[in-house]
Design a protein around this ligand. Structure first.
Ligand code: GZL
Length: 311
């Protein structure tokens, strides 16, 4: 747990500087690294004092950080909840301390929406749907074993995390349009490259004739590439790969033909977060839900986008 910043008294009401406590999930993926960079850089340019903690993907660490921010009397708390459940108590403590909370990236399942002012992030069901719709459209090409069925293995994100739950749901909804597509095996790789590699190694042993890997993020897709190549197969050809995020390493693999399609999940939430934080601290009303702009990439689009890619 890395919580920086001492016990500074809350700036007097007259000072216009805002102190934000940000409890980050961890540093598990390229997406997370880009997300952290965006938040830290835009806090500086926005003149917001940032207290930042890295929970190493553990909910209890995020809760400890939020409690620490409450004790330090920050002006606003923002965080990306590692999993959807178990936040009501600590969010109620922030509410009682009259500290507004902004959710970024991932959602919570709290029924009491007064516990946070707004939720800034992607629609993960749509991301999963876009991945499934591509597979339905490319169905014939995806039947690499030419046996009439399209056998998918799925590398799920962190168990209980909103992006893992919703991407799975969106993909399964979309794939219903082509009954030849089935998910033969599905297991969490915890959004990490090593997790994706280990799970893919086990799928290659337990599953015959895999046609497609659906990875909930690029990092697990990149781990799957390592496992597929170690098995003497060609990723992107013998086994197609669809992933989500569109971070630089994923886009590089896509441009090289080792991944077939990537659905973007934009990590650059910093500018919108700082704007929302200023409004919330000033007592202005903000939308309950702020969606991020994002697109999709095939191999040609990745080649074109790579040179100017920010992350
Ligand atoms: C999505 C974000 C996910 C990314 C992963 O908004 O929460 O967590 O897709 C990251 O790469 O680990």
């Amino acid at each position: 747990l890395v919580a920086c910043g001492g016990d500074k008294p809350k700036p007097s009401a007259s000072s216009d500087s805002i102190t934000m406590g940000f409890a980050q999930v961890g540093a598990e993926s390229g997406w997370r690294t880009a997300n952290t960079k965006s938040i830290q850089e835009t806090a500086k340019t926005a003149g917001i004092e940032l207290k930042f903690s890295d929970a190493q993907q553990k909910q209890e660490n995020q809760i400890k950080s939020i409690r620490s921010f409450i004790q330090q009397k920050v002006d606003v708390i923002a965080f990306s909840p590692v999993v959807e459940t178990g936040w009501d108590t600590v969010l109620m403590e922030a509410k009682r301390a009259n500290i507004p909370v902004v959710l970024t990236d991932r959602a919570v399942d709290s029924k009491d929406t007064s516990l946070y002012k707004t939720f800034l992030g992607s629609d993960f069901v749509v991301e999963g749907k876009k991945a499934g719709e591509w597979l339905v459209k490319e169905g014939d090409a995806a039947d690499v074993n030419k046996d009439g069925s399209i056998k998918v293995v799925e590398l799920q994100g962190t168990t209980g995390a909103a992006p893992a739950i919703d991407r799975k749901k969106g993909f399964e909804d979309a794939m219903k349009a082509n009954p030849k597509i089935t998910i033969a095996a599905s297991q969490t790789g915890d959004f990490t490259r090593d997790g994706g590699k280990k799970v893919m190694e086990s799928f290659l042993k337990s599953q015959k004739n895999i046609d497609v890997v659906f990875a909930h993020n690029d990092d697990m897709g990149l781990g799957a590439i390592e496992a597929i190549e170690a098995a003497g197969l060609k990723p992107g050809k013998d086994i197609q790969i669809i992933s989500i995020d569109a971070v630089k390493d994923g886009m590089t693999a896509l441009a090289a033909g080792k991944i077939n399609y990537i659905v973007e999940c934009n990590p650059l939430l910093g500018p919108q977060l700082m704007d929302l934080a200023k409004k919330v601290v000033a007592g202005e009303s903000v939308p309950a839900r702020v969606l991020t702009e994002e697109t999709t990439f095939d191999q040609a689009a990745a080649k074109a986008a790579l040179p100017s890619r920010q992350y």
